[in-house]
Write a protein that binds this ligand. Structure first.
Ligand code: MN
Length: 730
């Protein structure tokens, strides 16, 4: 049970909710009230008052001054519990559901961002905030939170006052402005102005006060004849002397270098009609024009032609008593409500007056708010689902905002990694990246960054781009730099490979033209000569072996015998290798499909493969680079299905290596040691043929990937008296 004083507070809040909101879930607000009260019961504010007073007042601002919905009022009550008390976001989710949990979570995250960084680029900060929130109400709660903090700022230390006031002026006020919360924006600005520029503030405040009497007197004199005539015409209305915003007066004084008197000399009055009938505004305009002489060029009809953002009003300037100019704004109450808090009245114009890029999402949200306000007046209704959907924000969500160690913000596309960040800083940084820290922890370079992360790049002069980077770079900048580097590098290596080839071919007296060589390398699964030369340079193939084979081609019969022997051993190997896996996974099926292996390319586990749906024989599995696959792709692509080898437990696959050379004592021992000492490779089987002091062995082993296998091959090649080492796969 609540104590009497708390019960009274709750009743007050509920009453305000019922007065201002379309629908109110009393139970929801009561439970949020109770949880917040209990959670904060031991905390005090800097003013010495119980902390609960703060979330309570924030909820009041939401109910009374923003009046959006009961969900945001409940979220306001809970907005500080996760940050300041033992309550977790999961507890809130359990008690209040996903929507409120998400709003509270968003509000908490935003507080943390501001606590840990000094604001250097305000505009980017605003985008950062938007990219972090999915629900517009997170921002609305933050505005109310900030407004209450600003209203009670005097209890904090002067340093804190300055920091918070600056943040308010740089971030929250312009932001509230864009969300159409004009009144809140003005109050935030004036409060911030008061703390940041106390002398100027006092000056304006004093200046206005000293003349207030005089001004009020003048406005009365101006308005009384109008009021009389309007009453005679049977109109219901109220008159406002235009609210004064110290900060905007200050800005005008600075911009025009003029004293207060000249800036504030213009009198302004607003007439708000209680009618929903727009035509009455024109009636009022007619009446005023009969009493005071209008200045035609100052007349603005925003009723027939509303501003793009929906702002409606009539503006007229007339010559009042004593020849002074008075601006009069005439609008209905509905128009007034939209102008004050419904729509971003100046969304299309940046603070300095230039055209801001239009944001479709926010624009449609603004339109929706306007409709909601319109319907509040009429009898239309918005379904709760529609209401929720409309709060979903999707602003700047395809971008992320991350900090440099100095606190500068960088904007990257969603999915960007540390390597993108490095190239974003500078291409030189990108090229020499060896690692990255995100929020102080070392992470892999392919780590996907998130809004609010702080990223530090570690560089080394010796580092050059890794080919893998291309796989996870996202930005055009990073991708193109990496690609250019790889191209240059491969170009260089290809030229060197060509040189090696030509030298060796010449030495071996092998005469072969480019056409013949191209034909030959096609049988070795190279697409073109460049790829072949590159492989030579990278020692992915053994040049001597190729030369030997090309030379041998002239003695066809020998080759055929050799091939036959090799083939039968190879088939044995293929069977072993395949038996080691659990068959083939065919994408999109349960695995009961009939399949067989194509003879043309004999795929083995670890090869990149595709399936081809045959008529009658199920699916044939080919290597992806099999030449037959190419023609299938051209002729009957629809029959190609995606298939893969299932991952074995260890993630290993079987590979075979064929080794030959001249036999010597200890050679077998050297070979097996070389294999098993390299990354603890397991040997599964060995077949040795020794004939006429020639050593010829097939080793079957488990490897992790091609790099692992190539490493072993490299090792074996260095063994004394070994002349040939090749992957045993065809
Ligand atoms: Mn707060």
């Amino acid at each position: 049970m609540l104590q009497a004083k708390h019960k009274k507070k709750l009743d007050d809040l509920l009453a305000v909710c019922h007065k201002n909101l379309r629908t109110v879930n009393d139970d929801l607000i009561t439970r949020a009230f109770a949880m917040s009260l209990e959670a904060h019961k031991h905390d005090l504010r800097s003013s010495g008052e119980p902390y609960f007073g703060h979330p309570y007042e924030v909820a009041m601002v939401l109910a009374k001054e923003i009046s959006l919905d009961d969900i945001s009022v409940a979220s306001a009550l809970l907005h500080d519990v996760v940050e300041d008390t033992d309550i977790t976001i999961d507890m809130i989710r359990k008690e209040f559901g996903d929507t409120i949990a998400e709003i509270v979570d968003g509000a908490t995250k935003i507080s943390n961002i501001f606590d840990s960084h000094e604001i250097t680029q305000a505009e980017n900060y605003r985008k950062l905030l938007l990219s972090m929130v999915n629900d517009i109400r997170v921002m609305i709660v933050k505005f109310a939170d900030r407004l209450h903090n600003m209203r009670t700022l005097e209890y904090l230390s002067p340093e804190k006052q300055q920091r918070i006031a600056k943040e308010t002026l740089d971030i929250y006020a312009p932001f509230a402005h864009r969300f159409g919360l004009a009144k809140i924006k003005w109050e935030l600005e004036d409060l911030a102005f008061k703390h940041l520029y106390r002398k100027e503030y006092e000056e304006i405040s004093h200046g206005l006060n000293s003349k207030r009497r005089e001004r009020e007197h003048y406005v009365r004199k101006f308005i009384v004849p109008i009021e009389n005539r309007l009453r005679q015409a049977g109109l219901k209305f109220e008159v406002e002397g235009r609210p004064k915003h110290f900060y905007s007066i200050h800005n005008k004084m600075v911009k025009r270098s003029k004293p207060l008197d000249e800036i504030y000399d213009m009198f302004a009055v607003r007439i708000i009609l209680f009618t929903p009938d727009n035509n009455e505004c024109f009636t009022v305009y007619g009446i005023i024009s009969e009493i005071y002489k209008p200045i035609p060029e100052r007349f603005k009809n925003y009723i027939s032609i509303p501003k793009k953002n929906g702002y409606q009003s009539l503006h007229t300037t007339v010559v009042g008593p004593e020849g002074k100019m008075v601006e009069v704004q005439i609008r209905t109450r509905q128009m007034h409500e939209i102008a004050e808090r419904g729509v971003a009245a100046h969304w299309y114009y940046k603070e300095n007056g230039s055209q801001a890029p239009l944001d479709k999402e926010l624009e449609s949200w603004i339109n929706w708010v306007r409709e909601m306000f319109d319907q509040k007046q009429g009898d239309g209704n918005v379904s709760p689902k529609e209401l929720i959907e409309s709060f979903k924000l999707n602003l700047y969500q395809d971008e992320i905002y991350v900090f440099t160690p100095k606190g500068d913000l960088k904007i990257l596309p969603k999915g960007a990694t540390a390597i993108d960040f490095a190239f974003e800083i500078h291409s030189d940084v990108g090229f020499h990246t060896i690692g990255a820290k995100v929020n102080g922890r070392i992470v892999p370079l392919n780590t996907i960054l998130r809004s609010g992360d702080q990223v530090e790049v570690i560089t080394s002069k010796k580092q050059t781009p890794n080919y893998d980077w291309e796989k996870f770079a996202v930005t055009h900048k990073a991708k193109s730099h990496i690609r250019r580097f790889i191209n240059d590098e491969e170009h260089k290596l290809t030229a060197e490979g060509k040189e090696i080839w030509e030298k060796k071919a010449k030495k071996s007296k092998l005469h072969i033209n480019d056409d013949e060589l191209t034909k030959f390398i096609h049988t070795k699964r190279f697409d073109n000569l460049q790829a072949f030369f590159l492989a030579i340079k990278k020692e992915e193939i053994d040049t001597d072996v190729v030369i030997a084979e090309l030379t041998d081609n002239k003695q066809r019969s020998d080759v055929e015998v050799k091939t036959e022997v090799t083939t039968s051993i190879f088939n044995k190997f293929v069977d072993t290798a395949r038996s080691f896996t659990n068959g083939i996974s065919i994408l999109g099926t349960k695995g009961d499909m009939l399949y067989s292996y194509a003879k043309c390319c004999s795929p083995i586990p670890g090869d990149d493969i595709v399936g081809y749906v045959t008529t009658g024989e199920g699916i044939k599995i080919h290597r992806r680079n099999c030449r037959n696959v190419q023609s299938m792709l051209n002729n009957s692509e629809e029959r190609i299905v995606l298939v893969s080898w299932p991952e074995s437990n260890a993630g290993d696959f079987i590979a075979g290596v064929r080794i030959s050379g001249s036999d010597r004592s200890g050679l077998l021992n050297d070979v097996t040691n070389a294999i098993s000492n390299f990354n603890n490779t397991n040997i599964r089987g060995v077949t040795i043929n020794t004939k006429d002091s020639l050593f010829d062995g097939q080793f079957i082993m488990y490897v992790k990937d091609i790099a692992h296998l190539n490493g072993i091959i490299e090792r074996l090649k260095r063994i004394k008296s070994i002349t040939k080492v090749e992957r045993f796969d065809e």
